[in-house]
Ligand binder design. Structure first.
Ligand SMILES: *Cc1c(COP(=O)(O)O)cnc(C)c1O
Length: 433
C-alpha cells in the first residue's frame, strides 16, 4: 500500500531544500562544493570516536564528504528512504548495493529486461566474484518466485526497464522478496522518484544512475544506493556482514550497533566505499544537487513531449510498432497508470521498417537529435541499441532485452516538441531517397 512521502512538504519543495540548509559559517545559500579530501580531528579521542563510528563526522572523502552527504540526504528524502550512499557511477551503485549482501556462491535473481550494461555486469563480470545472477522473465512475478533458492540474497529489477519500456509489477515482486526473506533492489533510473517511489511499493533498496535524469543535463556520471531502513538485518543469518561481528570493521556488528534503519548505509560508507573506493566526487555531487532541484518540472515536460512524439510515431508509415506505456493500447499501460505518477517517462523504443540497415541510417539522418549512448538529458537523444549499447550481447539476449535489430531508442528531451517531431520526420524522409 502507498504511504505518504513526507508529512510536511511536497516533492517539489523537498527536491529544492532537502539536505541543503544555508552554509553555517558564511550563510551561502546555494550549497557549496566542498572540494576537500580530509577533515581536521579535534584531538586523538575525537579521531578515535570517528573511526569507531561513535561520532558522526567527516574523516576522508573516500568515505564521506559534505557535498556528497547533502546529495545523499536529498535523494534519500525524495525516495522516502532512511539513508543513501552515492557512488561514482550507476554501475558502481549496483556493485555496492549487493556488496553488503552477497558472498561467493550466493545468488541474485535479476529481471531479464535491464539496461544492457547491467546485463553484462551481472551476467558476466559478477562471475569473477562467484556471485550468480539468475535471469528471469521480468514481466512474470511467478518466475521470480520459482527462482528462489536457499542461496538467494537479493532480487534486482528496474522499475521502468531500459530500453524496452517495460513497467515492472513492483508490488507483486516485493511480495516474492518478502516471502523469500531477501531485499528487493529497484533500479529507479528511468522513472526517477518524481514518477515512482519504489519504497512505497515495498522495495528495500533503490539504485540510480544519477548520470541520467537526476543530474539531468548530461554532465555528471554518478550513482546512488538508497536504503528504506526497514529490512530486518538484525540476527539475520543470511546477511552476516550486517548481522554478525564484521571482521572487515573491527568486529562491529552493524545491525546491533546501529539498528536495522542505519546498519546498511553505515556499512556501505565504512566498508563498501572504504574498500571498493567507488566514491562520487564533490563536483559531481554538486552538479547533481543542482539538477535535482528541477527534477519534477523536467520530468513533467519530458513525459509530455514523449507522449506527443510517441503518438506521432504510432501513425507513421515507416514505423512498425511503438512501445511507450503512455499509449492506451500498450500492454504496460495499466501498470504505468498504477506505478508511474504523471507520465510514462521520456525513454521509449519503436521498431523501424527495414530492420538493422534502416535503423543505422535513421540515426545518421537526424539533425537535432544527438546520436549518443545516454538517456535523461535536456537534449533529445537517439540510438540504435543493436549496433551500439547492446552490441556485446548475443542475438537472443538482445531480443530478450528489447533491443532487436529494428529497435530505435529515443530519450525525448526538453526542446520545443514540434522541433523534435519535425527532425524525426525529415530523417525518415531521407531514408526513402
Ligand atoms: C545508465 C544506466 C545504468 C548505468 O549507469 P552509469 O551511470 O552509466 O554507470 C544503470 N541502470 C540504468 C537503468 C541505466 O540507464
Amino acid at each position: 500500500m502507498k504511504k505518504p512521502l513526507h508529512p510536511q512538504y511536497g516533492f517539489e519543495t523537498l527536491a529544492i531544500h532537502a539536505g541543503t540548509p544555508p552554509e553555517a559559517t558564511t550563510g551561502a545559500r546555494s550549497f557549496p562544493i566542498y572540494q576537500t579530501t580530509s577533515y581536521v580531528f579535534e584531538d586523538a579521542d575525537h579521531a578515535a570516536s570517528l573511526f569507531n563510528l561513535q561520532t558522526p563526522g567527516f574523516i576522508y572523502s573516500r568515505l564521506t564528504n559534505p557535498t556528497v552527504a547533502a546529495l545523499e540526504e536529498r535523494l534519500a528524502t525524495l525516495e522516502g528512504g532512511r539513508g543513501a550512499t552515492c557512488t561514482a557511477s550507476g554501475h558502481s551503485s549496483e556493485v555496492l548495493a549487493l556488496f553488503a549482501l552477497m558472498s561467493p556462491g550466493m545468488e541474485v535473481i535479476v529481471a531479464n529486461k535491464l539496461y544492457g550494461g547491467s546485463i553484462n555486469l551481472m551476467g558476466k563480470s559478477f562471475q569473477k566474484f562467484d556471485w550468480k545472477a539468475i535471469f528471469v522473465e521480468a514481466t512474470d512475478p511467478d518466475a521470480f518466485r520459482q527462482a528462489v533458492t536457499e542461496n538467494t540474497r537479493a532480487i534486482f529489477v528496474e522499475s521502468l526497464a531500459n530500453p524496452g519500456g517495460v513497467v515492472i509489477d513492483l508490488e507483486a515482486i516485493a511480495k516474492v522478496a518478502q516471502e523469500a526473506g531477501v531485499p528487493l533492489i529497484v533500479d529507479n533510473t528511468m522513472a526517477t522518484p518524481a514518477l515512482c517511489r519504489p519504497i512505497e511499493w515495498g522495495a528495500d533498496l533503490v539504485t540510480h544512475s544519477t548520470t541520467k535524469f537526476l543530474s539531468g543535463q548530461g554532465n555528471a556520471v554518478g550513482g546512488v544506493v538508497i536504503d528504506s531502513g526497514t529490512f530486518p538485518w538484525l540476527d539475520n543469518e543470511k546477511f552476516p556482514s550486517l548481522s554478525q561481528p564484521a571482521a572487515e570493521y573491527n568486529g562491529i556488528t552493524f545491525a546491533e550497533t546501529f539498528g536495522n534503519d542505519l546498519a546498511y548505509t553505515l556499512y556501505s560508507h565504512a566498508v563498501s566505499l572504504r574498500d571498493l573506493g567507488s566514491t562520487m566526487s564533490p563536483f559531481h555531487a554538486w552538479l547533481t544537487l543542482n539538477g535535482v532541484e528541477t527534477l519534477a518540472l523536467r520530468m513533467e515536460r519530458h513525459c509530455q513531449n514523449a507522449q506527443r512524439v510517441a503518438e506521432f510515431l504510432q501513425g507513421y508509415p515507416q514505423v512498425d510498432w511503438v512501445s511507450y506505456a503512455g499509449l492506451p493500447d500498450n500492454s504496460f499501460h495499466q501498470l504505468a497508470s498504477k506505478y508511474l505518477e504523471g507520465g510514462a517517462g521520456s525513454v521509449f523504443t519503436f521498431g523501424i521498417k527495414g530492420g538493422y540497415e534502416a535503423g543505422v541510417k535513421l540515426v545518421e539522418s537526424v539533425e537535432l537529435h544527438s546520436h549518443v549512448a545516454n538517456i535523461g538529458d535536456t537534449r533529445s537523444l537517439i540510438i540504435h541499441p543493436a549496433s551500439t549499447t547492446h552490441r556485446q550481447l548475443t542475438d537472443e539476449q538482445r531480443v530478450a532485452a528489447g533491443a532487436g535489430p529494428e529497435v530505435i531508442r529515443l530519450s525525448v528531451g526538453l526542446e520545443r516538441v514540434e522541433d523534435i517531431i519535425n527532425d524525426l520526420d525529415q530523417a525518415f524522409q531521407q531514408l526513402q531517397q
